[in-house]
Design a protein. Structure first.
Ligand code: PSU
Ligand code: MN
Length: 308
């Protein structure tokens, strides 16, 4: 347990030890567990992702709020409790402190996970896809707080870019405005979550975890504020090509519109709808890309810790 700016952070034993010894740690979000995937695939994936991080020489730190306490690193029993719990808040930046004050169970989005990871001293974070600019944002103003967080909190986020149910060109523009480095990992085209490529070029390409770790150090040397976004394409054997998934995305977006889904419910609703339309294939791809991101994040964290 550590006190950081009066926030009490509860660590799992292995995370506490790794942080004390300067060993590599990879943060993991929990909204993907409570709102992104159905049970039991959510808990199975959470466990497998943690195992991948350990196999690759780092320590996993899944972040969540349980009964109003901020946990960085969950025991297996707590992970299971969260995956099964009903009525879990989806906490982004605006909600995190409220969830703590109310004594609630809350899962953390990319934005809230970055806040907690930074407070705990963790530099690298693996997720599936970040939130971004929704289609129609020019009238709805629906832009994920994840982008704002990337602009202000120094945590490196490894993802398959933003979920393809979002307006990807506008998402990239906002990231550029906020000064967030967007890196294609071993790719020249930006990935589009379920698909390996979009039709957009990656602003920059890096090919080795050591190069990513060096960039993080350089950013710190310059005193840069804010995070970095590493985009990592889903493995070829697991992808759903854009021409196949796009029709399903359009159908799910239309259904969300028809049912007047708003605010934080939009992303979980659309993910669930695409899952049904693809008869589970979108979930299999989502699981594969999260594991792939966990592998890369571990390698970056190992290299970053070695040079520290
Ligand atoms: N990645 C996934 N599934 C998810 C999410 C990411 O593969 O469910 C979650 C993340 O927690 C992300 C959130 O921060 O969706 C974005 O929600 P919103 O668009 O409401 O900001
Ligand atoms: Mn939103």
């Amino acid at each position: 347990m550590t006190q950081n700016n009066k926030i009490t952070i509860h660590h799992s034993d292995e995370v506490a030890q790794a942080l004390a010894e300067g060993k590599p740690v990879v943060a993991l979000e929990s909204t993907i567990i409570t709102h992104g995937m159905p049970y039991p695939q959510n808990i199975e994936t959470a466990r497998e992702v943690e195992a991948i991080i350990r196999e690759n020489g780092a320590v996993p730190a899944t972040i969540a709020v349980l009964k109003g306490e901020l946990h960085v690193g969950l025991s297996d029993a707590r992970l299971e409790e969260l995956a099964n719990a009903k009525d879990v808040m989806k906490a982004s930046r605006a909600d995190l402190s409220i969830a703590l004050a109310m004594g609630r169970n809350a899962s953390t989005t990319v934005a809230a996970t970055m806040m907690a990871a930074h407070a705990a001293g963790i530099r690298v974070f693996a997720t599936g896809g970040i939130g971004g600019v929704h289609f129609g944002a020019e009238t709805s103003f629906d832009i994920s707080a994840d982008l704002e967080e990337l602009g202000r909190t120094p945590v490196c986020v490894v993802s398959a870019f933003a979920k393809a149910l979002l307006d990807l060109p506008k998402t990239l523009e906002v990231l550029e405005t906020k000064g967030v480095p967007v890196i294609g990992y071993q790719c020249d085209k930006l990935p589009a979550f379920w698909s390996r490529t979009s039709d957009m070029d990656t602003p920059f390409r890096l090919d080795a975890p050591e190069d990513v770790a060096a960039m993080l150090r350089n950013r710190e040397t310059f005193g840069d504020q804010g995070g970095e976004l590493i985009t990592n394409p889903v493995p070829a054997e697991d992808e759903i090509p854009a021409q196949e998934i796009n029709g399903f995305i359009q159908k799910a977006l239309a259904e969300a519109e028809r049912q007047h889904i708003k605010g934080k419910d939009v992303t979980p609703f659309i993910l669930q709808h695409i899952f049904e339309l693809t008869e589970g294939r979108s979930l299999a791809t989502n699981i594969a890309l999260v594991k792939n991101n966990a592998r890369l994040a571990s390698a970056i964290a190992v290299s970053y810790a070695a040079k520290g």
